[in-house]
Design a protein around this ligand. Structure first.
Ligand SMILES: Cc1cc2nc3c(=O)[nH]c(=O)nc-3n(C[C@H](O)[C@H](O)[C@H](O)COP(=O)(O)O)c2cc1C
Length: 475
């Protein structure tokens, strides 16, 4: 196998991201999510393991599908309390040189103008090490807090996101020309106004006539991540994503999702490998195979059944409190994560229909992804096998304990992968985009976002001509 395996560390600014109950595990530091030191230590560990990025998930609502209320979610610390993800990139970048920072932010509730500025700010502060995980949301509780009776219907959320992205691209790619800032001390001109364009966006959801408030950052548009795997989600990803997270609780589910995504990329006029695909999974390892299995059993004994049901009720949009543990999901429909619902209505790795008990057992440690348990050599065999079988590019690693799970991967698994020649020995210098694709800092010219650049086919620039009177330089 020649493909290099890639890792992201997947975390969230909360105490229980994917493995509810594990915050009680001895030595676990998830409860320190409020501390700068925790995030800086995590950044150092991810960089030690030559990970592509730390990815910070986010939601803007509570998981109140389970039992029809938020009591269990609050009791379990299940993604609530949850702090803002954006600041974490800047503080992690302050103590590292290479590792990237992926920030999750939804398109449903924050206006694109301030959000575009936040992206630019982070890309400046990190010197181009930022990615944006675009999410369209799945929790109705979030919509209610923004004054809506419910979230938009699934596909309509993506339609709305299409225009959101259009505004973001216009601001980040099409407002400031590269040579607009001259900082000319002789003339007193900081920026040439004729090279800073009013984007002239007048759409269905947004009206943004003016300029972007930030000057161009190293990547302009941060590396675009996305995770939707439904037909509409894949169509959106094929247009926009440079890296894609997929779920996939079995090898076969992952393989078919990857094949659909690669095909959709080609249909969108891109190369099938224009987007890196990371499979959500957890790695439980130790020096020996027996040690790894014992560790897994020990971890599982801390997993919270209630917390896991809370998460899956939210992800699937199905209230699992109404099911017996040995019941399958049945032919239900929801307005939540369609790809997850489809996967768990199918068969598990043993060829049986998933029951709620199977789902809870899988999800208690590491959430929706597969768990890989074994010695570093066994894990390496498994990962290389999965990459070959499914054609994924890497793994988005959910933790069982933090930073323990990530330290184990960085210190035990990465050296073994390197020995087998399937993992980078050092970082490529430069921005996150350049590290991933080796083709420069900016979006490639054929990417959708590049079409909104000044002079590009989708640019809607609408500049004013200044008719004001001349102002004297000195009074
Ligand atoms: C690995 C992974 C991580 C995700 N992280 C988030 C997240 O942090 N916040 C969020 O609102 N949605 C998250 N999602 C959900 C997706 O953004 C998307 O809404 C979901 O996959 C629904 O897509 P689909 O209905 O098109 O399949 C994640 C999905 C996956 C697979």
């Amino acid at each position: 196998m020649t493909k290099q395996i890639r890792f992201n560390a997947f975390d969230m600014n909360c105490v229980a991201h994917q493995s509810p109950g594990l915050w009680r595990y001895p030595g676990d530091r998830a409860w320190q999510y409020k501390d700068l030191e925790y995030w800086q230590d995590l950044a150092r560990i991810a960089e030690r393991g030559l990970f592509d990025a730390i990815f910070i998930a986010d939601v803007l609502g509570t998981y109140d599908v389970f039992g029809g209320n938020d009591l269990a979610a609050i009791r379990q610390g299940a993604q609530v309390p949850v702090n803002d993800p954006v600041q974490l990139a800047a503080i992690g970048a302050a103590v590292t040189e290479h590792v990237g920072f992926g920030i999750t932010a939804g398109t449903a509730f924050e206006h694109p103008v301030p959000f575009a500025r936040r992206l630019s700010t982070l890309d400046h502060l990190t010197k181009g090490r930022v990615g944006w995980n675009i999410v369209t949301g799945y929790l109705p509780s979030a919509a209610r807090n923004f004054g809506q009776a419910d979230q938009l219907a699934h596909d309509a959320r993506y339609d709305h996101a299409d225009e959101y992205l259009e505004v973001i691209y216009k601001l980040l790619e099409g407002s400031w020309e590269d040579d607009a800032v001259v900082r000319d001390t002789a003339t007193g001109v900081f920026a040439i106004p004729e090279k800073v364009h009013h984007i002239g966006h007048h759409g269905t959801h947004f009206d943004v006539p003016g300029i972007h408030l930030s000057e161009p950052s190293p990547q302009r548009t941060p590396v675009v991540f996305q995770a939707g795997a439904s037909p509409r989600g894949v169509a959106f990803a094929a247009q926009n994503a440079e890296a894609i997270f997929i779920g996939g609780p079995t090898r076969d589910a992952a393989k078919s999702t990857v094949a659909r995504i690669r095909k959709a990329l080609v249909e969108a006029g891109r190369d099938p490998y224009d987007a890196k695909i990371y499979l959500l999974s957890s790695i439980i390892t130790d020096e020996t195979a027996a040690g790894a299995r014992a560790k897994y059993e020990d971890l599982l004994s801390y997993a919270s059944v209630e917390g896991t049901q809370v998460f899956f009720s939210g992800w699937l949009g199905v209230d699992l409190s109404t099911y017996d543990l040995d019941e399958p999901l049945g032919n239900v429909q929801s307005n939540a994560i369609q790809s997850a619902l489809e996967a768990f209505q199918g068969e598990n790795a043993d060829g049986r229909t998933w029951t709620v008990r199977d789902i809870v057992k899988l999800g208690g440690v590491g959430g929706q992804g597969q768990n890989f348990i074994g010695s570093p050599a066994e894990i390496t065999d498994t990962l290389t096998d999965i990459v070959e079988y499914t054609d994924v590019d890497g793994f988005n690693l959910a933790y069982a304990t933090t930073p323990g799970t990530f330290e184990d991967v960085a210190d035990l698994v990465v050296p073994e992968l390197q020995r087998r020649g399937v993992y980078q020995e050092e970082y490529t210098p430069g921005t996150l985009r350049h590290k991933l694709f080796g083709a420069g800092d900016r979006l490639p010219d054929h990417h959708r976002g590049a079409q909104y650049r000044v002079g590009g086919p989708l640019s809607t620039i609408d500049d004013h001509t200044d008719t004001g009177r001349p102002i004297p330089a000195v009074i």
